[in-house]
Write a protein that binds this ligand. Structure first.
Ligand code: G1P
Length: 291
């Protein structure tokens, strides 16, 4: 089974970033000069996938527009001779083929994936969460697809987190069967302290087999009264097995104020145009803090 589609749930309200997200979708908040969602899309495209399914809700049209052709803007940039910017803007609209599906009620991540069933069909697919930004030499999704292709079972990205933070994540328990690859025995969404010894946390990248859909249909609301993807994954794991992959790369939680700032600093330092200047500035700031 080959992976050709990616589902990007972008229907969330973004309450952690209010008031910034009152009118602007959180996925459109920028890291230096690109909206966070563009980083995710670029990672997916760099992993060989062009068909993107956005799961949207009211007020999220800016995301679809961002990846659409903008006649007015392109004409304006062409007239002004701003060829570099024109190329950049054109590339965005040429990156992907977009389908948007509405999540009509905020019933959780599992529900967001479930509403894509007709569009995804009987195919394996990627789910990528917009809050998780991954900087990696080899795109995280590409790393995972390699594992999926080898095992032909669903693969979930994981990263080790400090024990005191496991309650913020879905946690997997399992046995390492190859370097960085774990055969999963159990998945627990946001475990209460002391209920697991595992520190392998689910990061928002999943390669899923289509058999996840019947599992989602059978999933009853779990943590937070929401239909949890993790609960459906548990059912799928029991049915046919599943793997976790400890990817290499840095992950930032761009849905959290601190993680968002960290991502801005990291990508600011990496930025071709301003990286050098920014590094000097940070040095000055650190020096100033020492005095
Ligand atoms: C979701 C998943 C959770 C995962 C996390 C990664 O939780 O339900 O299993 O660990 O994303 O970012 P959320 O952060 O939406 O509460």
């Amino acid at each position: 089974m080959e992976i050709k589609k990616a589902v990007l749930p972008v229907a969330g309200m973004g309450t952690r970033f209010l008031p910034a997200t009152k009118v602007i979708p959180k996925e459109m908040l920028t890291i230096v000069d690109r909206p966070t969602i563009q980083f995710i899309v670029e990672e997916i495209v760099a992993s060989g996938i062009k068909e993107i399914v956005f799961v949207t809700s009211v007020g999220k049209s800016a995301i679809e527009n961002h990846f659409d052709y903008s006649y007015e803007l392109e004409t304006f940039l062409a007239q002004k001779g701003k060829t570099d910017l024109l190329r950049e803007v054109r590339n965005i609209s040429r990156l992907i083929d977009v389908v948007a599906v509405r999540q009509k009620e905020p019933l959780g991540l599992g529900h967001a994936v479930m509403v894509t069933e007709k569009v995804v069909g009987d195919n394996a697919f990627v789910v990528a969460l917009g809050d998780d930004l991954v900087w990696a030499e080899v795109p995280c999704v590409y790393q995972m697809i390699k594992v999926f292709n080898e095992y032909q079972e669903s693969v979930i990205a994981v990263q080790r987190v400090p024990e005191k933070e496991t309650h913020k994540y879905g946690i997997v328990e399992g046995e390492e069967v190859a370097p960085g690859v774990f055969r999963i025995d159990k998945l627990i969404e946001k475990p209460k302290p002391g209920t697991t010894t595992s520190t392998l946390a689910i990061i928002g990248r999943y390669c899923l087999r289509p058999e996840i859909f019947p599992c989602l249909h059978r999933t009853i609301p779990g943590v937070g009264g929401e239909i949890q993807l993790t609960d459906a994954l548990n059912a799928l794991q029991k049915e046919r097995g599943m793997y976790a992959y400890e990817f290499s790369g840095n992950r930032y939680d761009a849905g959290d104020k601190f993680g968002y700032l960290q991502a801005n600093v990291h990508f600011g330092l990496e930025h071709a145009e301003i990286g050098g200047k920014f590094r000097e500035f940070l040095k000055e700031v650190v020096k100033g803090m020492g005095s």
